[in-house]
Design a protein around this ligand. Structure first.
Ligand code: FCB
Length: 433
């Protein structure tokens, strides 16, 4: 990566700016056997029957999503978008809209179906994916951990146990030995803050998650393990490819005060403090870039309700996406500006909108890129933008009803169709390049 930073002011993004789209294995591949897929069938009924109580009044148009949200099948990923078999077709879509990069995750449970046994066919598959990208002049960005684990991990102590650093480093090494000479961009771990909140701090961001518990002690072990694991993973990737750029993809919310009172102020500080001090600060010398996943701002307003309700996803006046989150492009400016103090390149590893009618997506992307560009001009060292997601897919415990994709997927025929907003994204790529 070239170094200049402040000298770029008033110039377009750098020439080798990454323009891409992102996915994660669980959400698009299909045919998985891991801790998440084992769990989703057990909760699908409950999620379907609780959908109305959970979503009516939260989403802007309950009637539009009702049918899917109340269907048990919505909550089981099964074949998902069948990306495992159709990746070439999907890469053609990427190419056709002018993307020069693609972020995807390697499914750990495919590579290491049993502890210590690595499947060379699964490695062949991911190598073929990487080759197919390179053939199309699309740079791969690999995520090693995007929420899911092999089912056996729990027996060895899970992410809070003592073995995870060695176990995950071994897995990273196996993948790196095969792929790092072909892949320059790596995210070791996706959104550790979300995993911490969901698994160890009683949940909150998603309606459900496997093995939710309220266990801050384990949560703290998890964070310590994330820091060590990231460093070790990065080391083994760099052993094969010293020039590789390795980071963590962070979920960053633009927290704002919803009311001026000391409790809200303190709560907001806590929300910002945890990911910043416990994770970023501890890995800042071991990152080649910070991955930024930005979706929303939150207004912090303390009240007599449960603290989980103190951070609001819209102001009441915002234009909402299909999940009821306020659309707030300035937030991407704010979070990237705040990261300036780390003095590291930034790559937006995720930014997207659930918008089934595709009436808001083009403006969403354009406004966020514009805000990002402003941030770049104001000194943030921005090196890439990955729209979430390439395809409509399985949105964790919400299932398939939220439609984030640049392309829709007919779940019966698996036919892909690029949406009009994908063409708008394509134009923006040309404009800003
Ligand atoms: C992010 C996740 C990604 C996707 C988007 C909508 O937090 O990393 O997998 O679910 O949210």
């Amino acid at each position: 990566m070239p170094q200049p930073k402040s000298t770029q002011v008033n110039k377009p993004f750098l020439a080798d700016f990454l323009w891409g789209a992102a996915t994660a294995a669980q959400q698009v591949e299909g045919g998985l056997d891991n801790d998440w897929s084992a769990w989703e069938t057990s909760v699908s009924k409950e999620l379907a029957s609780g959908a109305k109580a959970r979503l009516k009044g939260v989403v802007p148009d309950w009637d539009a999503i009702k049918e899917e949200a109340e269907d048990t099948n919505n909550y089981v990923s099964r074949k998902s978008a069948d990306h495992y078999n159709r990746y070439e077709e999907d890469f053609d879509l990427l190419k056709s809209i002018g993307c020069n990069s693609y972020r995807f995750s390697i499914e750990w449970s495919r590579i290491e179906p049993k502890r210590g046994e690595y499947d060379s066919k699964a490695l062949d598959h991911y190598e073929a994916m990487v080759d197919a990208l390179i053939e199309r002049s699309i740079k791969p960005m690999i995520t090693l951990h995007h929420f899911t684990n092999p089912t056996w991990l729990e027996e060895y102590g899970g992410w809070h146990g003592e073995n995870i650093v060695d176990i995950f480093t071994n897995f990273s090494e196996v993948v790196a030995r095969r792929l790092a000479n072909k892949v320059d961009y790596w995210c070791t771990i996706n959104e550790p803050g979300s995993y911490l909140l969901q698994r160890y701090l009683g949940g909150g961001a998603w309606p459900e998650w496997p093995k939710i518990e309220m266990n801050p002690v384990r949560g703290y072990s998890y964070i310590k393990n994330v820091v060590k694991t990231h460093k070790e993973s990065r080391r083994v990737i760099k052993n094969t490819n010293p020039g590789a750029k390795v980071g963590i993809a962070h979920g960053l919310i633009d927290f704002q005060l919803g009311r001026l009172d000391p409790v809200s102020w303190l709560f907001k500080k806590q929300l910002e403090f945890i990911p910043d001090k416990y994770i970023l600060n501890r890995v800042k010398h071991d990152m080649d870039f910070i991955g930024v996943n930005y979706y929303m701002r939150m207004l912090v307003k303390a009240s007599f309700s449960h603290p989980a309700n103190w951070a609001l996803k819209n102001t009441g006046q915002d234009i909402l996406n299909d999940m009821g989150w306020g659309i707030y492009p300035d937030g991407i400016y704010n979070v990237t500006q705040k990261l300036n103090r780390y003095n590291l390149p930034l790559i937006v590893t995720e930014n997207g909108i659930p918008d089934a009618l595709d009436t808001k997506r083009a403006k969403f992307i354009s406004d966020h890129i514009e805000a990002l560009f402003r941030s770049h001009k104001d000194g943030a060292d921005i090196r890439g933008y990955f729209y979430w997601s390439l395809l409509d897919n399985y949105e964790w415990s919400e299932g398939f009803w939220p439609k984030f994709g640049l392309a829709s997927v007919d779940r019966r025929t698996m036919e892909r169709t690029l949406k009009p907003s994908a063409q708008e994204y394509s134009k923006l790529i040309k404009e800003y390049s």
